[in-house]
Design a protein around this ligand. Structure first.
Ligand SMILES: [Zn+2]
Length: 105
């Protein structure tokens, strides 16, 4: 699995970050790039992308539909929320944040 990169860019309405493709975490504003728990959350979506390939999008939409069109209850979001407190994921997030900060001074 390739190491994803954090960039600042456009995100869907209401979101602060998203993972449009497996190796890219897009944050709405620079300041969001240093939020460890947010980056750990997005890293879990990176893992989901790697596990499901293009089916990621199908699973995501289907997860949303079967959760009663709820963003929060979508199992893929629940899965990502668990990563927010996972020490290993936070450590990985720190590495990406460090890279982001050293590459964009
Ligand atoms: Zn999410």
């Amino acid at each position: 699995m390739s190491l994803p990169k954090i960039i600042v860019g456009r995100v869907p309405p209401g979101a602060v970050a998203w993972v449009p493709v497996p190796d890219l975490i897009v944050v709405r504003e620079r300041r969001f790039a240093s939020r460890r728990s947010l980056i750990a959350h997005e890293l879990q979506h990176v893992i989901q992308h790697n596990v499901y390939g293009w089916m990621f999008y199908v699973h995501y939409v289907w997860g949303w539909v079967t959760a009663g069109f709820s963003y929060r209850r979508n199992w893929m979001e629940r899965d990502a929320r668990l990563a927010e407190g996972d020490p290993e994921m936070l450590e990985w997030a720190d590495q990406l944040i460090e890279r982001f900060e050293s590459s964009s001074v």
